[in-house]
Write a protein that binds this ligand. Structure first.
Ligand SMILES: NC(=O)c1ccc[n+]([C@@H]2O[C@H](COP(=O)([O-])OP(=O)(O)OC[C@H]3O[C@@H](n4cnc5c(N)ncnc54)[C@H](O)[C@@H]3O)[C@@H](O)[C@H]2O)c1
Length: 396
């Protein structure tokens, strides 16, 4: 099939490579000129996709990046994989989804299979995408992306894929497309079910991480190790899922998607109380970390040098979107400390560059990449560990 993928970020490029690997001819469409140029020169910006793999698909003619919207009309399948962030009031911002739909409406004349992979609330495919594209009758399906960047065990091929469509024909075509590069396809009765499943998965995680974060604080106040309790509870072979405490949640999904569910819940008059509370708990974790650092160090960090180690939101990825490290750093600075950060994967961030670890009065280990020099961490005066890595250190 000839496939166009609108948006070449974490999701779009991952799907592009999956589809090209199955022999489809893929155009990665993006509005970011620099990204399109980098991709066409064989430079990947995603951890799980090597430059070599990308260059291979370019060389064999199976992949090209483009910012020319006329390419869309030459394709059989158009996949939408654009950002779905929150606005300043933490409400869904569907402007990127609308822009992608409008792009299709303006540039596509023949009937296509149009699939939305962007995460959004139930009703998005029907009301926010299909309803905006009225000139041509297309086949519409929803297949929310479940990619977990940096996960080497579960990828595009072996993660089961949900599909819901507006018509049986759309579902059939979408199954044919994804069946060519995904092992397991699960058809659900409507796009709304597929869309809701994705945001419920991430809400389940957000709420349970908040529960663990709150429990870690209770355990610490009781003088026991929250992590040891969780490890002990996880020996139960059924009915318990192990999640670990941390400095908050980050990335494009867990801090954001539940608010999409809360938004539609509110519209139908059912308040999403767990989501609200989970947001409060998770967003308060950086302040809890800083409070514990000050207590653990001895009461004041004014004028002390602090290195925050690992500023991306999770281990072994360079993604800093919504990372709790930002609030940890800002709050430490508010308390009068001189704060630098170390993260070789991130390199530069918020106009600052990664600094060495050694010699600091205090180290706060926020995210532990495999490459981090733990010996350098251990040699610093006081270590606060948010990752459960350094035996004997203070932490959560
Ligand atoms: N990152 C993840 O781990 C993950 C996992 C599952 C689902 N998702 C969801 O997938 C969607 C995309 O997320 P992402 O992480 O790939 O985002 P991203 O920010 O990495 O990439 C989005 C890309 O879309 C491009 N773009 C924006 N508007 C466009 C337009 N009108 N036309 C063409 N390109 C446009 C941007 O330039 C960018 O390159 C979101 O809904 C997200 O919630 C993300």
């Amino acid at each position: 099939m000839r496939v166009a993928i609108i948006g070449q970020g974490y999701v779009g490029l991952t799907i592009a490579v999956g589809a090209a690997g199955a022999g489809h001819s893929v155009v990665g469409f993006d509005v970011n000129d620099g990204l399109v140029a980098a991709l066409n020169s064989g430079t990947s910006h995603i951890e799980g996709i090597t430059d070599k793999a990308l260059a291979g698909f370019i060389g064999s003619g199976l992949y090209t990046a483009s910012k020319d919207a006329s390419v869309l009309d030459g394709c059989d399948v158009i996949v939408i994989a654009v950002p779905t962030p929150l606005d300043e009031k933490r409400n869904p911002d569907l402007s990127f989804v609308h822009a992608a739909a409008d792009l299709i409406a303006k540039n596509v004349r023949g009937t296509k299979l149009i699939i939305n992979e962007s995460t959004s609330y139930p009703g998005t495919l029907r009301k926010e995408i299909a309803a905006r594209i009225t000139e041509v009758v297309h086949l519409f399906a929803s297949s929310p992306e479940r990619v977990d960047p940096g996960n080497t065990q579960w990828g595009t091929k072996n993660t089961p894929r949900l599909i819901g469509g507006l018509t049986p024909e759309a579902v059939g075509k979408a199954k044919e497309f994804y069946g060519s590069f995904c092992d397991s396809i699960i058809e659900v009765s409507s796009p709304e079910v597929a869309e809701a499943a994705k945001i419920f998965e991430n809400t389940f995680r957000q709420v349970n991480i908040a529960l663990v974060n709150e429990f870690a604080q209770i355990a610490d106040a009781l003088g026991i190790s929250g992590r040891e309790v969780i490890d002990a509870a996880a020996t139960k072979p059924y009915g318990f899922m192990e999640l670990n405490p941390g400095p908050g949640v980050g990335g494009h999904c867990i801090p954001v998607d539940p608010s999409y569910l809360a938004h539609v819940a509110n519209e139908v008059g059912v308040p999403a109380t767990f989501i609200k509370r989970a947001n409060e708990v998770n967003l308060a974790m950086p302040a809890y970390v800083v409070k514990r650092v000050i207590e653990g160090f001895g009461g004041s960090i004014v004028g002390k040098s602090v290195v925050v180690v690992g500023v991306s939101y999770k281990a072994n990825v360079a993604d800093t979107r919504e990372t709790p490290a930002a609030a940890v750093i800002d709050l430490l600075r508010e308390q009068g400390a001189t704060v630098t950060w170390h993260d070789e994967l991130v390199g530069t961030w918020r106009g600052e560059t990664s600094s060495p670890i050694s010699g600091a009065d205090i180290v706060v280990l926020v995210t532990k990449h495999d490459a981090v020099d733990l010996d350098a961490v251990r040699t610093c005066g006081y270590v606060f560990d948010c990752t459960g890595t350094i035996a004997g250190a203070d932490g959560i």
